[in-house]
Design a protein around this ligand. Structure first.
Ligand code: NDP
Length: 419
């Protein structure tokens, strides 16, 4: 039925691609294109005997719009799935507009070089006006709204778990459980253990940038920013147990604050063990998390990229990781004039994921929603022209697809709240 170009062949893409091949009646043809084409070819070779999806591969530098345009024009897909890095969001959106093709991704734009003076000027202004200092924000991609509308194309932003499923959970709560949502707490718990003293579960550069940045939350119509890891809570997660969790800035807060009417507070918490935090603090203190190039023995290196080369490849954690993830949203609000609470979440088992797709649950919980988002666009269930985040669409068919393809939701009408 549809031909899809998938850009990127890392941890998340590996899961999304395998999932697309499980739904070969919709994903009849896919092209896996990435910087290192040998990885695409290796995966394609492995999957061809298992699926009727016709798989081809291509080499592309997704930072280069001309290369992207040439590839899209020759393959002629109905949809481009960007599962490379957030650095490529804008170039891929540009190429989709030029070629007249729908677009989707799993994370919002951030620049690779945060010292670029042109980007920095816009960033500094936004920090002052908005009050949060994350390097990523939606404004860059929201700026494409009119262009996508005029072209009659859809861009779906952030269809992973968080962002992604968490926003569908919010839309679902608003549609079925509440007349008004007052507070949202998004809780992201990874109870997995990979046995290494320190490793990141997805791209180390993106992951470490995110967790070493100041935290922030939305309250009474504005951002409140706090020093990194300075708000800590404990929570007893179903099938995982008691964990420490820390308040982080997270991208879906920005769109939810716009799209959930009258919401008073939105917070995001992620669990971290003490060993992870101690390693991260130490690496940060010695400058290893810096993205600013330095000269080393006559050669320019970027410290965080060097660190990435030393750390275990997230894709290699799959066979070693045991335990479960538990990610979801707790709401307070009002229904039929009465105050109520509601918790909707998913529990995912690292080893079960590995058995199914040879990958741990972090990539799984992102790759499955990426496929489900694509499914919504390709089957016409989500089809308005413009640039949208997940909560702006009907959550029901998406949650139904997640239930069916590996991430079933659970719910509680009497959850323990986070203070
Ligand atoms: P990886 O680093 O494992 O994979 C990235 C892939 O993109 C690699 O195949 C890489 O190629 C390719 N790539 C990088 N730069 C280019 C380029 N210029 N041109 C073409 N291909 C390129 O990352 P992950 O799979 O862990 O993450 C993928 C995305 O998912 C990221 O945007 C991440 O932020 C997002 N994510 C979202 C989550 C969510 O819940 N919403 C959770 C986790 C991740 P090469 O092999 O050559 O390096």
């Amino acid at each position: 039925m549809a031909r899809v170009l998938i850009i990127g062949c890392g941890g998340v893409a590996n899961v999304a691609i395998r999932k697309c091949c499980q739904v070969s009646e919709v994903f009849t043809e896919i092209c896996i294109a990435s910087r290192t084409v040998s990885k695409c070819e290796a995966l394609a070779e492995k999957l061809r005997p298992t699926t009727s999806t016709v798989i081809t591969t291509a080499k592309v530098d997704a930072d280069n719009v001309d290369e992207l345009v040439a590839l899209i024009n020759s393959y002629k897909p109905e949809l481009v799935m960007n599962i490379a890095l957030p650095y490529q969001d804008l170039t891929i959106m540009d190429a989709c507009l030029i070629c007249g093709v729908n677009y989707m991704d799993t994370a919002n734009y951030e620049p690779e070089n945060i010292d670029d003076p042109e980007w920095r000027a816009v960033y500094d202004k936004r920090c002052k006006e908005e009050g949060f200092s994350a390097y990523f924000d939606y404004t860059w991609q929201w700026a494409y709204k009119k262009k996508f509308e005029d072209a009659g194309l859809t861009a779906l932003l952030g269809s992973g778990f968080d962002p992604g499923v968490t926003q569908a959970y919010c839309a679902y709560a608003l549609k079925h459980e509440f007349d008004r949502i007052d507070t949202i707490d998004i809780l992201d718990c990874n109870g997995g253990d990979h046995g290494y003293p320190f490793a990141t579960n997805f791209n180390p550069e993106i992951n470490l940038r995110e967790v070493s940045a100041p935290g922030s939350y939305w309250e009474n119509g504005k951002w409140v920013e706090i020093p990194a890891m300075s708000i800590k809570r404990e929570y007893d997660f179903e099938e995982v147990g008691m964990k420490d969790m820390y308040l982080l800035h997270h991208e879906e807060i920005e769109s939810l604050a716009k799209n959930i009417p009258d919401v008073k507070r939105i917070r995001f918490f992620m669990t971290f063990g003490q060993s992870y935090l101690t390693h991260m603090n130490c690496l940060e203190n010695v400058g290893m998390l810096s993205t600013t190039p330095i000269m080393y023995e006559g050669r320019e290196i970027v410290p965080i990229q060097f660190l990435k080369a030393l750390l275990p490849d997230p894709a290699s954690l799959g066979p070693r990781t045991k335990g479960k993830t538990n990610i979801g949203c707790i709401f307070t609000g009002v229904k039929d004039g009465k105050e109520k609470t509601y918790y909707i979440y998913n529990v995912c088992d690292h080893q079960e994921c590995y058995k199914e797709v040879e990958s741990q649950a972090i990539s799984y919980t992102t790759g499955v929603p990426a496929m489900c988002g694509a499914l919504m666009l390709l089957t016409g269930k989500w089809n308005k022209a413009g640039v949208y985040t997940v909560e702006e669409f009907d959550p029901d068919p998406y949650i139904e697809a997640l239930d069916k393809y590996g991430l079933p939701h659970r719910e509680s009408h009497d959850p323990v709240l986070v203070d």
